[in-house]
Ligand binder design. Structure first.
Ligand code: ARG
Length: 272
């Protein structure tokens, strides 16, 4: 386990959050969504990060973009370098330039995407490796660009369950050496790769994954995860992590959890 360090996160307040279309199996536009409650739950998540000593930057939400709260999909940021995103679905396309200009204005070197890639939803830094999901959203072809832009080895992981359509819904990086994941969300070959790379991984149960337990944010010590994922929290505690439960039930109606709401900004100075 590595020591927790102050992290820099980018978040987007869910002012215009709604479920207006269906681009993953969790989204039911006929169901009721309480936007005020979503904002409250999001505020609690933000405050949890602040209490842990992390910095939270905010990108202003835009009307007409109900999924913009899911900042993890806004970019991938490693070593101070940014790969901008290109969304699979037209409903989210206009989020890409908004996130792109936020990073440009903040002074980052921004690379344009050549293929569909949904940022940290599918591209996760684990130690020196970049784990890259494909199968539902990010195109396999994007993985080559990810490797070229960041100069970290990219490991392709094939997602097979539509409920776990982004890598960050099926796998959580706990620290530089370990991950937690739901084996059956991956193809047999990718499961073998994960066993080889992370023999000590925490294996999640279907019950934990079903409440988005793997959509968690770890700083190497504290793991912020949905409060409903009690089994996973217990496993993490046994392994020496400090699980912190938050309730994001409203945002789950769009297929999102804590990690989806959180983009990690990794500057040159903080390393990896
Ligand atoms: N409704 C959003 C979508 O389907 C949810 C995105 C969740 N983000 C994530 N990083 N998994 O695109």
């Amino acid at each position: 386990m590595t020591l927790a360090t102050g992290r820099r996160y980018l978040m987007c307040r869910p002012t215009y959050f709604a479920v207006e279309y269906t681009i993953n199996p969790w989204m039911d536009p006929t169901g009721a969504v309480d936007t005020a409650l979503a904002v409250q739950q999001w505020e609690t998540l933000r405050q949890t990060y602040l209490d842990l000593g992390h910095t939270v930057e905010e990108i202003p939400p835009l009307p007409g973009l109900p999924d913009m709260v899911f900042a993890a999909n806004g970019a991938t940021v490693v070593d101070g370098r940014v790969l901008a995103v290109q969304f699979r679905n037209p409903q989210r396309a206009d989020e890409a330039p908004a996130y792109r200009s936020w990073f440009e204005r903040a002074g980052f070197e921004v690379h344009d995407p050549k293929h569909v890639n949904e940022g940290e939803g599918d591209i996760l830094l684990a130690g020196d490796l970049l784990l890259a999901g494909t199968g539902f959203r990010t195109a396999h072809a994007a993985h080559a660009q990810v490797q070229e832009v960041f100069g970290h080895p990219v490991v392709t992981l094939q997602l097979v369950d539509p409920r776990f359509y982004h890598l960050d819904t099926a796998l959580c990086v706990l620290d530089n050496r370990t991950v937690a994941y739901l084996p059956e969300a991956f193809s047999p070959g990718s499961q073998a790769v994960l066993r080889r790379l992370f023999p000590d991984a925490v294996l999640a149960s279907a019950a934990d994954a079903d409440v988005f337990g793997l959509n968690a944010v770890s700083d190497g010590r504290s793991v912020v995860l949905p409060v409903q994922a009690t089994g996973l929290a217990a496993r993490l505690r046994e392994r020496g992590y400090d699980p912190i439960g938050v309730d994001l039930s409203e945002l789950r109606k769009a297929g999102g959890g804590p990690k989806c709401c959180t983009l990690v900004i990794r500057g040159q100075e903080t390393g990896k």
